[in-house]
Each structure stands twice: as structure tokens, then as C-alpha cells.
Design a protein around this ligand. Sequence first.
Ligand code: GLN
Length: 286
Amino acid sequence: MNPSLTYGQALVHAARGRSLPAAEARLLLQHVTGSTAAQVIAHPGRPLGPVDRLRFESLVERRAHGEPIAYLLGWREFYGRRFIVGPEVLIPRPETEGLVDAALARMPAGEPLEIADLGTGSGCVAITLALERPQARVLAIDASGDALALARRNAEALDCRLDLAENDWLSGMDERRFDLVVANPPYIAAADPHLAQGDLRFEPRHALTPGDDGLGALHAIILQAVRALRPGGWLLLEHGHDQADAVRAALAARGYSDVFTERDLAGLERISGARRPRRARTRRSA
Ligand code: GLN
């Protein structure tokens, strides 16, 4: 058997033989050969050497078995930038760009705001905010040291100044005060069948679900952030499409003001937020 193959033959093998979408097959071929999309498209007759062929076929096989394309390529684009990703972090989602937009709308440019991103994972939210608002100081928090190491690599690759802390949400950070706290916490219910489908099967479970009804992490953050926010500061949360009522109720119950929800591009209630009142309620002791 001829161990070499042309680019065009390799793409046909992946698309027809293994039923990969043509765009994914092309991305894997670009990844293996270091070619651009234009090169792959313009030169179907270019030979794929035996080593590249083996690498390509192995990636195609893994993709055919469901491994996320982002993990195979090692990156995913978010807010127009390329973030390194691996199985230690959640793959950035398009709907999370809505969380970034909601934050940027509350971050006047040029102000030295202090921001915390809880459960930073790849760092996509924290790094985007830091790059879009260079005067802000952004602290990326995660309970996973492996995730933080990846967030640090992304910050370096994107030339971004970022502070990092290994911590369980904001617990124990009693002295810190922030103008804005953002989080895309794990919010999927433990019994949700989506956990057993698609990319989610390969992503870190602790990044997807806090267990039970999926609201545990949201509640913990709502409880902790009201103390960590400066008066007037915003808490912004991504949540499941059916959790907005519960999140708004929890925010109101903890004394936040200006509670709101925004929909994502699919029209689903996806981001909720609120602010710490300018005059913080004084807690009465019983
Ligand atoms: N903050 C990261 C993101 O939005 C990771 C979130 C998570 O792991 N739940 O993609």
C-alpha cells in the first residue's frame, strides 16, 4: 500500500469514510501539516507524508469517537482570540461571550477597576476582560491548579497581565474587595442527560456540574460575592436556561439590587446579574 496520500484524498477519507464534517477534517489536516486553510484548499494534490498521514488518521479516528475538536486541535476561539484548551478545562462556549459583553458594559474604559473571575478554567473570560480593559486589574480564581496553569499559559500567549489564585470561589478572601465579580460556574444538574452527550463526555465533570440540581455553585457565589463587592459593584453570572428564576430569587434574597437577566443568541435566559446596593444593608444581630 502506498503510505502517502494527497491532501485531497485524506480529506475525502475523513469526510466520507469517517463522516466528519468537511470543515473539521480540514482543520485537523491544517493542524497536522501546519498549513493554512488557503493552502489546504488550493493544493488538493499536495502529498501528505507517511508520518503526517498517521497523525491525521489517528486524529480523525479520535474525532469519530467523539473527542472534542477543540481538544484535538488544542485551541478554541473566544471573543476573537485563540485560547489554548485541554481536557483539564471547559471548552469556551459562544454563549459565554454574552457574559463578557455584560461585564464590559459595566466597565468604563480607563478606570482601574478590580475584577474577579471565579472558576476561570482556560481563563477565557478573565483574559478577555483584561485585554479589553487594560486599566482593569483582573484576578482569575480556580480551585484546580491544572486549570490555573493553563490560564497562565493563555495569559502569557496573549501578552495579558493577569493575577491568579488557587481558591474555592471567594472563600477566605475576606480582605479583598472587587468592583465586579463574574463567573460561569458549573450549573448543569447531575441527572441532566446532556452530560452523557457530545463534547461534555470529555470535559472535566467538576467544571460542568456541581451535583444535585445544578444550583449549588451559583448559590455559593451569590452568598460570598455580596461581601466581596464594593457598594455599587456588580455580580454577573452565567446559568442554565431554566435557572434564571432561581438565580434572580437568590440575588434578591441576599439583598442585591438592580437584578436583571439577559438572553443568549438562542433566546434563552443565560446571564443574570445584580449589584451590591450602594448603601449596604447592615445586618441586624438577633
Ligand atoms: N470560565 C471558564 C469559561 O467560561 C470556565 C468555566 C467552567 O469551567 N465552568 O469557559
